[in-house]
Design a protein around this ligand. Structure first.
Ligand SMILES: *Cc1c(COP(=O)(O)O)cnc(C)c1O
Length: 439
């Protein structure tokens, strides 16, 4: 390890597996206009074009007109429970953005993963003369389209949820799908995919190894698209669309975001695509009035390590002696995305880490107070609001937020769990008295 890192206090705490808050010194409240390489409107329009097809294939989305979207709900009982446990007041409103319950694949990956599969399908069908922008996209369920897609394959490397979303959507369209899974992927995800006719290849290594295998296979195969979780703009843009759809949801709850009514958002982070895409979209929507924080497991703080050191994807948590093993399998990434960290440099307010114990505690708190169950990765955002108040005085002052905390909306983005089998959900739930989060 580099000398400068050994003595760095942030890296020291990471190595000691201490929970910590890191505030981004390069955060800019007004960073100027974003890269026009990343056009969120195009992704949103694509999802709209596919909506009739999705509504027909996945009836759970029919009520939303074939858009895969999750509810936003206030969680006052969880807010009360958090305050009681921490012995700290949490002024403002606490809301849950329920991506743990997204239709089709039950996690935030239903945004990015499905967008990328649809983009491939659109290109393949258009090139074959089966589709124009004015077509009724339900034609993609026709035998001719399915025969076409069966000659193409999709390959992905995943800890689980991305594989599920690519597998479910890819199989529905008729693609051949191969999912390379890491050793920490859950058994039920593998069997569920196999039941859909997806080929699941298991690897003894971690997530990065599974991705590398997938990439190599895809390069050697004709008519094959590799969904590259560490590099994909199309995944990123699918996530980013969430932000446009959030504005009317907030308005329906009487929340208009402004300088006097700030929005604080807490996002679980793995390789960074999902939280990065969502944060990127939120900054376009709400500018300096939204403040985005990522949450990472103490064993897998790849984004914190990359952004703090300025080494981004060039450094992995294993390089500082961490083992990347956590109950939060959706966040078990040792190395961050090749472009998200740099893109986030002026946009992200900060990152905090939390232990597996804290995740289990928050998971139980949410279930006891609100009756919602999810997977451990998904609750990482719940430590954010009180942690920020306890650790972020300086940030709140520097950004002029202190006078407006009573008007703030804290939005905890939950990211996965509604497809987890009941017995497995039960095993995550550890009831009993729980010490304060972040204590
Ligand atoms: C994938 C995932 C995330 C994080 O997404 P990244 O793009 O890897 O950062 C968070 N929560 C769950 C449940 C996930 O599956």
């Amino acid at each position: 390890m580099m000398e400068s890192l050994v003595n760095d206090p942030v890296v020291r705490r990471l190595r000691a597996l201490q929970e910590q808050w890191w505030f981004n010194p390069r955060y800019l409240s007004d960073p100027g206009s974003a890269s026009d390489q990343l056009d969120i409107d195009q992704a949103a329009a694509r999802l709209q074009r596919f909506a009739p097809y999705i509504a027909a294939e996945f009836p759970a989305t029919a009520a939303d007109g074939g858009l895969i979207e999750s509810p936003l709900r206030e969680i006052p009982a969880a807010q009360a429970a958090l305050q009681r446990l921490a012995g700290l007041a949490l002024p403002g409103r606490l809301l849950l953005k329920c991506d743990h319950a997204l239709a089709v694949s039950g996690s935030v990956k239903a945004r990015g993963g499905i967008h990328e599969v649809l983009k491939v399908a659109e290109q393949v069908a258009t090139n074959a003369g089966l589709l124009t922008p004015d077509s009724d996209y339900r034609t993609l369920a026709s035998p001719a389209a399915r025969t076409l897609f069966a000659r193409h394959s999709l390959v992905v490397g995943s800890t689980g949820n991305l594989g599920l979303s690519i597998g479910i959507m890819g199989a529905a369209l008729g693609f051949r799908v191969v999912v390379h899974m890491s050793s920490d992927a859950r058994e039920w995800k593998k069997s569920r995919l196999r039941a859909l006719g997806v080929t699941v290849v298991e690897h003894p290594g971690d997530y990065s190894a599974a991705v590398a295998e997938g990439r190599a296979e895809a390069l050697a195969t004709a008519r094959c698209h590799f969904v590259d979780d560490e590099n994909s703009r199309d995944l990123f843009l699918g996530y980013a669309v969430a932000a446009q759809r959030l504005r009317p949801q907030l308005a329906a709850q009487g929340i208009e975001v402004s300088a006097e009514r700030p929005l604080l958002v807490y996002l679980p982070c793995g390789v960074g695509g999902a939280p990065g895409g969502i944060a990127f979209g939120l900054k376009q929507q709400f500018g300096p009035h939204v403040h985005c924080f990522f949450a990472e497991p103490t064993q897998s703080p790849c984004m914190l390590l990359g952004m703090h050191t300025g080494l981004f994807q060039q450094i992995a948590v294993q390089d500082i002696g961490l083992d990347n093993r956590t109950c939060a399998d959706g966040l078990a990434c040792g190395r961050s995305s090749s472009f998200v960290g740099k893109l986030m440099q002026p946009l992200l307010s900060g990152i905090y880490t939390l232990s597996d114990d804290s995740l289990y505690r928050l998971l139980a708190l949410l279930r006891d107070s609100e009756g919602v169950a999810m997977e451990p990765s998904a609750v990482a955002g719940l430590a954010g609001p009180l942690g920020l108040l306890a650790q972020g005085q300086r940030y709140l002052e520097d950004n002029g937020l202190v006078p407006y905390l009573a008007n703030a909306a804290h939005l905890v983005w939950t990211t996965g769990g509604s497809m987890v089998p009941a017995d497995e959900l039960e095993s995550y739930y550890q009831p009993g008295p729980h010490p304060p989060p972040g204590a």
